[in-house]
Design a binder for this molecule. Structure first.
Ligand code: GRF
Length: 217
């Protein structure tokens, strides 16, 4: 299958990676995964890659004495695969500006909140502590500021009485596993195009993030 190629970066379980693999296998996305790269040698995402005969690499951050040298090794590794996009799927290292600029507009991230609210960690707990009535998931382009790049898509769900952090995690993951494949499908079809200073969706400038729940998918 021709089409675009991606590299997926994971640090842990890799359930988002799995949803992308499954969508590719089902013929829903015109994409191939050139490699899965992890900073964590024990990431289950690496096992998922191996189970599907996808190339995998480990760049263990603990073996580097600075963020810059880790980033350089990571960039060197990514470059070998010449991906169209670099897909962060639970990658728990903050990338430095040099790597981000070298891959400008090509790095995507999925974040468990309705960005721009709740950047950073522990978003479920913080949303519950603030008695929010809804929470969600965002897919955005990675820029130098953490969790701050242009948001492509948001999906939301209700926080119901009695919900625990685990409940929210489940709701979030269910959405994530549909959202990331959808964004990649649209990028592969060029229905969604990320340009230098603007994003186009269906040949129009994207002014607001796509609301996933409104899509008839
Ligand atoms: C996801 O919840 C994602 O939003 C966050 O990290 C988690 C990764 O989960 N960035 P998994 O490794 O894909 O299961």
């Amino acid at each position: 299958m021709t089409g675009m190629s991606i590299v997926v970066l994971v640090s842990g379980n890799g359930s988002n990676l799995q949803s992308i693999i499954d969508s590719i296998d089902a013929g829903q996305i015109n994409t191939s995964i050139s490699a899965v790269i992890s900073n964590n040698p024990d990431a289950f995402g690496l096992t998922r890659a191996r189970n599907h005969a996808i190339e995998s690499r480990v760049i263990d951050h603990r073996l580097y004495d600075s963020r810059e040298s880790f980033d350089q090794a990571l960039q060197h590794c990514i470059q070998q695969f010449e991906p169209d996009y670099i897909v962060l799927a639970g990658f728990m290292r903050i990338l430095g500006s040099a790597l981000i600029q070298a891959n400008k507009n090509k790095i995507l991230n999925i974040h468990p909140s309705l960005l721009p609210t709740y950047k950073g960690l522990n978003t479920y707990q913080r949303a519950m502590d603030n008695r929010e009535s809804e929470h969600g998931v965002s897919i955005h382009i990675v820029t130098d500021e953490l969790d701050d790049g242009p948001v492509l898509m948001r999906g939301r769900y209700a926080i119901e009485r009695g919900d625990t952090v685990t409940d929210l995690q489940h709701k979030g993951h269910r959405l994530e596993h549909r959202m990331y494949p959808k964004i990649l499908q649209w990028l592969g079809e060029k229905k969604l195009q990320i340009g230098e200073n603007r994003v186009e969706f269906e040949q129009r400038t994207l002014q607001e993030p796509i609301e996933f729940n409104q899509e008839k998918i």
